[in-house]
Design a protein around this ligand. Structure first.
Ligand code: AMP
Length: 238
């Protein structure tokens, strides 16, 4: 199983000496969790743990997990909890998560949330999890999803409407041809929203009820949203 798909900051990029602990980014598909996670990775110097990226990496490598997950992901449905929990367990055991990590796309069901709460409860020294719920309206989500393009080499995320590359279809950094995720179509977006409303919205309520929870508007410039998340997390930690 590979973790190469998740972002890790290089030393020169690290801007804050603070230890953020586990930070959970929640929100509907297309809200910008991946984009914001990458900003927070640069700011705090902790890794992004994206279950979507980890699963896509398994699919690309043809692992047993990838084979089990591929068609479920193409339909916009959720991969079974036990498979995802095992994958997260392996990732969180890696030493780069000691100061904290940015959870992106996990937990997505109440069963995953319960599993994570129990796991975190068993780590004495760990800071408690802080949950950030990102919010934008439905039409923007649709534009963000159908306009999203990724660089297959450096993973930079573009949007053909709001954040286009300088040269149409090619990455500014790598010059590589940009790709669109197979599940970023309008039809699969509808299925992903259905899964979100049925299975993931209750997870937002779960963390709201536990406290250490904040809602942040994800509408506006990327850096301004990231600054809002950092300020909210640091407020909850103080
Ligand atoms: P994402 O990149 O977070 O939008 O995830 C893409 C797809 O991967 C989802 O539509 C699901 O099929 C699958 N997936 C990602 N994270 C999870 C999770 N925590 N639980 C179940 N399935 C997941």
């Amino acid at each position: 199983m590979s973790s190469s798909a998740t972002s890790v900051a290089t030393e020169s990029e690290i801007r804050s000496p603070q230890t953020p602990g586990p930070v959970l980014l929640m929100g509907a598909p297309g809200v910008g969790k991946g984009t914001q996670a990458k900003e927070l990775v640069k700011y705090w110097g902790v890794p992004q743990v994206s279950t979507g990226d980890l699963l896509r990496s398994n699919v690309a490598q043809g692992t047993a997990l990838g084979k089990a997950a591929k068609e479920i992901m193409q339909r916009g449905q959720l991969v079974p909890d036990s498979l995802v929990n095992d994958m997260v367990e392996a990732r969180l055991k890696q030493p780069d998560t000691k100061r904290g990590y940015i959870l992106d796309g996990f937990p997505r069901t109440l069963a995953q949330a319960t599993w994570l709460d129990e796991r975190l409860g068993g780590v004495q020294s760990a800071l408690p999890l802080v949950a950030v719920s990102l919010q934008v309206d439905y039409n923007q989500l649709l534009r963000r999803i159908t306009g999203r393009r990724n660089c297959p080499v450096c993973q930079t995320i573009y949007n053909i409407y709001s954040n286009p590359p300088k040269r149409d279809g090619f990455c500014d950094v790598e010059g590589a041809a940009l790709v669109q995720r197979a599940d970023d179509t309008e039809r699969v977006f509808a299925a992903r929203m259905t899964a979100y409303n049925a299975q993931t919205a209750p997870v937002v309520d779960h963390y709201r009820n536990l406290g250490r929870f904040v809602e942040v508007s994800a509408d506006g410039p990327i850096a301004a949203i990231a600054a809002g998340i950092v300020a909210a997390v640091e407020r909850l930690r103080s």
